[in-house]
Design a protein. Sequence first.
Length: 398
Amino acid sequence: MRPALRLLPLLLLSLLSACRDEQAGPKPRVKALPPPARLRVLDAAPADLTYRAGTTFAGGSVRYLGTRVSPAVAAPGQPVQLAHYFEALRAPPQGWEFFVHVVEPGSGQMLINADHGFAGGVGPLGSWPVGKVVEDVHTVTMPSIPGRVVLGFWRGEERLAVDDPRAHAGDNRMFGPELGGALPPLPEYTVHRAARPPVLDGELDDEAWKAATPVVLRGSFDGRAVSPRTEARLTYDDQNLYVAFDVEDPDVWGTFREQDEPLYTQEVVEVFLDANADGRTYNELQVSPHNVHFDAYFPARRQGMDLSWDSGMTSAVKVRGTLDEASDRDEGWRVEMKIPLARLAEVPHLPPNKGDRWRFNLYRLEHPERRGEQGQSFSPLFVGDFHALPRFGWLIFD
């Protein structure tokens, strides 16, 4: 992939992004169908297009007519054939390659990179006959969430200009058809006020935790039940939000010992809080099995990460097993977090009012056998990005 189109995987893996995710970046490129003997040229686009466009590139040189999606509705993992139709209105630009991406509609994050030579490489843009319709057919695998096809042409660091700004998101990737249906609704968690704050000792035997509603984290990418299990609870008082994790883990380990080291590259539990629910300003807090902290403030999604922000969080960790010893089998670890409300960004009310609604998510990163990576979350994201703010759940104060 050319450098201009590699931004998402670079950002997701960068320290400045924070919180590495188990499905970061685009999927591998998808092969087109075997190329035809020659470019298929038509007098007009087929009548059965499922998506019609009519938008143009390069000052009206090339028109995208639309795409036929087959089947029109597909289940995750099912092959989907895309047939794209274009027309050169005058001599087409030379030296441009074809690209097709499937992106998450809300964020634009790449779900599938389906770049390929147009018509299997037999019909580059510069060869198109003027006034005729040309066809490109290829197959993608339906992602686990609804996606949007975007397409266009690239050369080096450039993308061929899209003429109508309404036909793209400012990135010269022209909008194509949507794939799939609606995502499941966002989950809600009602947090109860603690009559007495819990004692931070990692035992989770306080009355405050017994009164708190337990929730089991699910696969962050697909919402499935996962193992090993992670259970979380939340409670609060006038000064603090309290979060507890009970983590099953056969091998409890970690190498970081300093504040704000990249805990998100190893085993960790995480809390993301968007107190004013604006989808922009939010805080990220993490605790490792060694009770090391990472906390950051973001003024916008994955932008301007501020590690100088101090949450004032205190925590306790209780390991049920032998920390950092791979030769035996551990039971897991428990975490209690005490987060001062006044330190968080854009808190609407201090203390929170009954009925206040924040956006939030809870995460766990697990590394089976210290090699693979598994993400768990309260609100499944269906994309490989823990910072997917539109998929944060609701935290409702009781």
